[in-house]
Design a protein around this ligand. Structure first.
Ligand code: ADP
Ligand code: MG
Length: 346
């Protein structure tokens, strides 16, 4: 590890404001409260050691966040960044119907990054992981000569009969989404347009900074059976529905009049002079689940998620044959080619 000298003392917020790799790793090791299972090993050795789960498939996912590409410290504090990094990774495990188990964190840190913020960031990562019973089992820490870089790898498991991919949607299925859509995109558009988010819309900022991964909902759907395909919404409903359709070799119709949009998002949309449904259709970073299931199962699944997870869910479209293509049904009943870009929409 070039450039950073190991230091002897433990890292405390009161120490000089520069961070050292050795101290950071020791701090991480002490901060982790979950214990690896017998004969397994977490932070501190040359590699983590884990026993493959019995009767389960293993899931692995990575997601990286780069400063000034995926966030800016102008609008995202260090603690929110840590929570968000965990949420976007756990969301991918949720979308497979899986149970997350352990995480690995790669950090590239600019030399002058404040130690106080580094501790806030890593504390948020560990706390968010442990809230979901996920062990921080290792990682790597390097110096960055440019922006900060934060990458997580999450391993998890899923019973073989319960894994849900993107590729199983069939004509005749309906498409459902959890939660509401467009809030994160509304918040980001507000920040870009006005430089801040009006106080009455601060709930939108929470959706952007600290989305809640839909792990419980994902597990309920996996166990319920009958869900043919699932994906989490990171790039926007239109784009992610397209990916699900391509993986399943089907077409999809999205009904823009049925998209779940909160009152705050609608208010924000009016200020931005766009339609609420456009934010819901094309805005990204919702981290909700989009899934395909037979029409006759939809009511039961909606009820299951509401009753067992308190998660709202609604039908937003249907799966058709590949020949029928990818379309969006517009207010008034007209339809147009499904568009994921802001330029050619509607
Ligand atoms: P090596 O030089 O052998 O790669 P390191 O000094 O990079 O080892 O890491 C020592 C231990 O600390 C390892 O167990 C590694 O997994 C862990 N570790 C290093 N950086 C991080 C990090 N950012 N998050 C979690 N664990 C880390
Ligand atoms: Mg290393």
């Amino acid at each position: 590890m070039g450039g950073i000298k190991p230091g002897g003392r433990r890292l405390r917020a009161g120490d000089s404001n520069r961070w050292r790799e050795f101290e950071l790793i020791e701090w991480l090791r002490r901060r982790v409260t979950l214990r690896p299972a017998t004969a397994e090993m977490g932070i501190g050795d040359d590699a983590a050691v884990a026993r493959p789960a019995a009767n389960a498939l293993e899931l692995t996912t990575c997601d990286a966040l780069v400063e000034n590409v995926h966030w800016s410290f102008a609008w995202c504090d260090a603690s929110s960044l840590g929570k968000k990094a965990v949420a976007v990774n756990l969301s991918d495990i949720a979308a497979m119907g899986g149970i997350p188990q352990r995480a690995f964190m790669t950090l590239a840190i600019p030399k002058h990054f404040k130690k106080k913020d580094l501790l806030r960031l890593t504390r948020a990562v560990i706390d968010s992981l442990e809230k979901h019973h996920v062990l921080l089992a290792g990682g790597d820490t390097v110096l960055s000569s440019g922006p900060m870089f934060l990458a997580l790898t999450i391993q998890g498991k899923v019973p073989p009969k319960e894994v849900i991919g993107r590729g199983g949607a069939r004509p005749g299925d309906v498409l459902l989404v959890t939660g509401t859509l467009g809030a994160a995109a509304a918040a980001l558009a507000c920040i870009k347009r006005f430089g801040f988010i009006p106080r009455e819309l601060s709930g939108l900022k929470r959706k952007l900074l600290t989305p809640e991964p839909r792990l419980h909902a994902g597990r309920l759907l996996a166990r319920a059976g009958g869900v043919h395909a699932m994906i989490d919404l990171s790039d926007g409903l239109a784009g992610d529905a397209r990916r699900l359709a391509q993986a399943s070799q089907v077409g999809v119709y999205i009904d823009t009049t049925s998209l779940p949009v909160s009152a705050a998002t609608r208010l924000c949309a009016r200020r931005l002079n766009v339609k609420g449904w456009e934010l819901a259709l094309r805005g990204g970073e919702d981290y909700e689940l989009l899934f395909a299931a037979p029409a006759k199962k939809a009511t039961g699944l909606v009820k299951l998620l509401r009753q067992r997870a308190g998660v709202p869910c609604c039908v937003v479209g249907k799966v058709v044959s590949a020949r029928e293509g990818l379309r969006q049904i517009l207010p008034g009943g007209r339809s147009a080619a499904l568009s994921d870009s802001w330029e050619h929409g509607g």
